[in-house]
Ligand binder design. Sequence first.
Ligand code: FES
Ligand SMILES: [Fe+2]
Length: 428
Amino acid sequence: MAMTVDIGDLVNVETGKISRRIFADEGIYQQELERIFARCWLYVGHETQLKENGDYITTYMGEDPVIVIRDRNGVIQVLHNSCTHRGMKICRSDEGNARSFSCSYHGWTFSSSGDLVGVPREDVAYSNGIDKSMLGLRRAAHIGILHGMIFATWDPQAPSLDEYLGGMKVYLDLMANRMVGGIEIIGGVHKWIINSNWKLAADNFVGDMYHVPVTHGSSLGIGIRKPWGDDGYQISPGNGHGFGGEFGGLAEGEKAATPYTAFVKEVRKNLEKERGEFVTKIVPIGHGTVFPNFSFLDTMRFRTFRVWQPRGPNAMEIQAWCVVDKALPEELKAAVRAQYIFTFGPSGVFEQEDGENWSQCTSSARGTVGRDGHFDYSMGLGRDRTVKEALGVDLPGRIGGMWSEINQRAMYQRWADLMGAESWRDLA
Ligand code: FES
Ligand SMILES: [Fe+2]
């Protein structure tokens, strides 16, 4: 096994100092692939992308390509997208419907549940015998589904998805289950590569409202935002997950108003009757990250899911989707999609502003001097309270102000704990 990097002082949440090295070092990156991405529960897609038997999408778990498919029996499978003969990717489309996959290299054929079912010239070429039952595609160790969101892990020893999500689960419920019928993904996937370490994006989405008035300041000038107050929150429900926003949802400018905003207010009113007054404060639930690399935005204008796929210490592939409540009228779905494309995705105005920051932060952490020293995550240190104290409702987690790095500290602590542990058991 490769030498493990001693994580020791790289992350210090007591002082809010996080080493610059973790955003640049190749050895640390390799350790992340093993100890974060081959171990954690990762988001791989949504059930509404797999309506019929045989429907599939392709994505990644860390750097490992996977096919997520509803097999011929209707069971969701997460299969390693790599032929067991010589490793060729057996599926190269983003999405589609298939009864089986034939490898384009030598033609081995796998069923929709990953079994090897066909080998060209089997009788002659393998007159020595071949045990096809031992040569199926590798499967994820566990699959878990929450409100249609499909998560998978490679690690047989991983805790249950419920345990892994911990306190975050009730907040995801407020996002994905606020209307009867839940959510659905509309349109296809946006995917593009930028020169940023994946953690900078996860960190931005988990708890960074501080950048918004500056990085996205021009949104004021063009009338799609109102000025920012100080009245918001960052909630850290445990296990490195987090979310936050402005109380009551983002204050949209006149030019951004669509009928969707009124619709969300209506949904919120109904939800308030059902679940209580706190809902008026934290629905829509704003920006967030489910550790390690699944993030979302849930605003008064649009919603998106995204996964920050690691591609070395200095790059990531972003995959992004538009998300709506299934019960939303069709014309509002179209309005949400238009707002999403205007602001996020590869051509989105906010997305480009964010990506430029993350790429420059990554690039400046690569040099000899750049890798030395720390980034500062001290904002709001020692100022957080329990959610129960602050919102008067029995919900899990701790809460800091809108301008607080409480969530990033929790994310990097989780990262350090996992990076330092030999196994899940070791972590417990
Ligand atoms: S690599 Fe797939 S059949 Fe040879
Ligand atoms: Fe941003």
